[in-house]
Design a protein around this ligand. Structure first.
Ligand code: GLC
Length: 747
């Protein structure tokens, strides 16, 4: 009996034990699962939708943490008085963004690690920088890029810059600049894509796509920033930072479209400009920052102020003090305050006093967090430190950069086909730009390094290895020291041909680079005049960041090549053009005036009330070189312009085509510019408007057909002063070179 009882007790105890173990196991599993989910809030869940992650994070943030997100200060050391912290030791890691002027991913990651691992919520920092035309591998300035009329190449170059930047820890560039610029006295004309609205729109899209790629969280891509919003380039007299008066009509038909195009291409940030726009500074202009950008265009990225643009509202005469400047900028629509730290200082008390609501704060924080999530910074906050020294010039990119450099240069003159050079035995290479390694990179050359530059002397020496290259500096870029003239003249006497290398210092264009004249300094013009007396043929090479007044120089030269500020491969590209290895295909994206006095001069002006009047009486009316001008080593013959039909109803499309034959003896690329005109419209329109362009390589003797598929609303339509696009019936013309076809648009 006793055994039976023991047996029963054993079995019962065994069962209890097993159930106990089971319950413990289950609890442990629940604990792990629950703990796992409990430890990982939604905002840290990479699988959750971005908007849900933002909702969750916003709920958790304190006011202080939210305000920190709306500020950007400088990390690293640059030549600016606003440096805050060279090595990240004093910056509060709750900061929303840092303008990172370094190239070392280790420093950047160390700062990011503080934000992600040492703050309460671990919100990553967004690192921005001016990657304008390259990061380490510096390629031509934007104005030069536009002269290539090759948006695909520009897109590839921007993706190179993005890859180099991201690998150094920069997630966001303050680029592209898409300010339509028509006054060459303004230094920043070098940073945009010229005088035409459509051109700036096309290259805005190309650069946004190049920087951002298809997936911002891919660590080869960076966020882009459309700037300077808006109307900054209409600065009075070409001076920088001053007031601009732009009619609503011109705002809509000239200055806004490139920003709209960039936003439609997916640009995730916009930078508010320095200028006072029609009396209201662009950095506190409710109409542009909110009514247009947010309400009309539904922009869901964020707006960053330009450097100190918030505090500058005081100087611009609209804010009585810093607190008022803070309120005005923030409430108009500037989300992130760059450099002056006013948001950090005053938003808490503006919220406390109820002037600014937490709801308004949340709107801006949401926009900034959205970009951070899109960049993948929450899920992948660090960059690889494999290139710890922080400097890479991607070798595999040379072909892209070299091609863009070659295609951006413009052959302006080639008297008696002196170019390409025919095996010259001795070349006199003269001028301050001949051996220059710095100014050739232009302004905003990021981390470009002069040692990477192939200068003109190096380029020619390599290209013309069978020729003798004699060098003389001749003069400096400016001042009036003519002591080197004599040696230059002697050098010219010994040569078959003179290649004269002149131009601008990089600081003469770019920000705060306004000049009262487009002429080169007299010391350079006079050097040309002295060399001219020697009687040898002269090829003038120009490296500059703006259109120049060449009226006194043009006649003295047999050939002129506009190199612009070509970046690190400039010497190699221009040598290829001089030798004929490269067939120049660049065409001007900005008018070269006959003289500074002609400014403003641009191709798409509205007609004057007296067609043959409205001109200066003391100089020619035509510019020296017009928009779209550029020579080639071959010749092209345009066939007859044809349209699929000359009458078309709204909603229908027409195709217009023109055959182009390469009548020369060598292959070359030709760009066809398609213009439209609408001679009668309820709002007077420019005499011609570029609406499409296409570049094709055409072999010697070959004919290629260029086609323009006209989208009536987009290509014939116009916009009114309220931003309403419209298409009127009536007569239109499509023009190519000197031909035009009439198209009647019916109701
Ligand atoms: C400058 C420029 C702007 C640049 C910013 C950051 O003042 O106006 O183009 O992106 O500050 O460097």
């Amino acid at each position: 009996m006793e055994n039976k009882v023991n047996h029963l007790l054993f079995r019962f105890g065994n069962r209890i034990f097993k159930s106990y173990v089971l319950v413990i196991l289950l609890l442990a599993i629940v604990q792990v699962v629950f703990a796992g989910s409990e430890k990982k809030p939604i905002y840290k869940n990479a699988e959750a939708p971005i908007e849900k992650r933002i909702d969750d994070l916003l709920k958790r943030m304190t006011i202080e943490e939210k305000v920190f997100q709306l500020n950007q200060i400088v990390l690293g050391e640059n030549d600016n008085i606003n440096n805050v912290d060279a090595d990240g030791k004093i910056i509060d890691p709750k900061i929303g963004s840092l303008l990172y002027v370094g190239t070392d991913p280790v420093l950047r990651n160390a700062m990011q690690r503080k934000a992600v691992e040492e703050t309460r919520l671990g919100i990553p920092i967004l690192f921005g920088y001016d990657v304008i035309h390259g990061f380490n591998t510096i390629y031509p300035i934007s104005l030069a890029q536009a002269c290539s009329w090759n948006p695909d190449l520009v897109q590839q170059a921007c993706s190179v810059a993005a890859k180099e930047a991201r690998s150094s820890g920069v997630d966001w560039t303050f680029s592209p600049m898409v300010d339509v610029a028509r006054d060459g006295r303004w230094g920043r004309v070098s940073e945009g894509y010229g005088e035409d609205t459509y051109t700036n729109s096309v290259f805005a899209v190309a650069s946004v796509k190049g920087y951002q790629g298809d997936d911002l969280s891919n660590q080869n891509n960076i966020a882009s920033c459309l700037k300077h919003y808006v109307g900054y380039s209409a600065s009075e007299g070409g001076k920088d930072y001053v007031s601009t008066d732009i009619s609503r009509q011109s705002l809509w038909d000239t200055y806004l479209p490139p920003f709209e195009a960039g936003i439609n291409a997916g640009a995730v940030t916009v930078m508010s400009a320095f200028n006072t726009l029609n009396g209201i500074p662009a950095s506190c202009n409710q109409y542009t920052l909110t009514d247009i950008l947010i309400d009309k265009w539904k922009f869901d990225g964020f707006v960053v102020s330009d450097w100190n643009a918030v505090v500058q509202l005081i100087a611009q005469g609209v804010a009585a003090d810093e607190k008022e400047a803070t309120r005005m900028a923030f409430q108009a629509g500037v989300d992130l305050d760059m450099a002056d730290e006013l948001y950090q200082k005053y938003l808490p008390e503006l919220i406390e006093s109820g002037v600014v609501s937490e709801k308004q704060i949340d709107k801006s924080v949401r926009r900034i967090l959205r970009v951070k999530f899109k960049l993948g910074l929450f899920d992948n906050p660090y960059v690889s430190e494999k290139n710890g020294e922080g400097r890479i010039v991607l070798p595999e990119v040379t072909s892209v950069i070299e091609k863009l450099t070659e295609e951006s240069m413009v052959l302006l003159k080639n008297e008696n086909h002196i170019l390409p050079l025919k095996e010259p035995s001795t070349i006199a290479l003269i001028g301050p730009m001949a051996k220059d390694d710095v100014n050739m990179m232009g302004s905003w050359a990021a981390h470009g390094n002069g040692n990477d530059v192939v200068n003109i002397y190096e380029g020619l020496t390599k290209e013309f290895s069978d020729s003798r290259i004699l060098y003389a500096k001749g003069c400096n870029f400016d001042r009036n020291n003519t002591s080197k003239y004599a040696a230059a003249i002697e050098t010219a006497k010994q040569a078959d041909i003179v290649v004269l290398c002149l131009g601008e210092k990089w600081r003469w264009s770019g920000e705060n680079g306004s000049r009262s004249t487009l002429s080169l300094p007299e010391i350079q013009e006079n050097l040309l005049a002295e060399i001219k007396k020697v009687g040898k043929p002269i090829v003038l090479l120009l490296s500059n960041g703006r259109p120049l007044d060449l009226s006194r120089m043009e006649s003295e030269c047999d050939a002129i090549v506009e190199m612009w500020q070509p970046g690190i491969l400039g010497g190699r590209a221009v040598a290829g053009i001089l030798s004929g290895r490269v067939n120049p295909s660049g065409k001007l994206a900005i008018t070269f005036p006959y003289s500074t006095g002609q400014i403003p001069i641009y191709y798409n002006k509205r007609p004057s009330s007296r067609p043959n009047q409205g001109k200066y009486q003391d100089i020619q009316d035509a510019p020296l070189y017009e928009f779209g001008y550029g020579l080639s080593y071959t010749t092209f013959e345009y066939g007859t312009l044809k349209t699929s039909n000359s009458k078309v109803k709204k909603g229908e499309e027409i195709i217009i085509e023109v055959p182009v034959t390469n009548t020369g003896n060598r292959e070359s690329a030709e760009t066809v510019h398609w213009f439209i005109s609408d001679p009668v419209c309820s709002i007077a329109r420019p005499q011609k408007e570029l609406k499409y362009f296409e570049k094709q390589i055409i072999k010697a003797g070959e004919t290629k057909v260029f086609r323009f598929k006209v989208d009536l609303e987009k290509d014939f339509g116009f916009v009114d002063a309220e931003g309403n696009k419209f298409l009127e019936s009536g007569e239109y013309y499509v023009m190519v070179n000197s031909q035009r076809v009439k198209i009647e648009v019916l109701d």
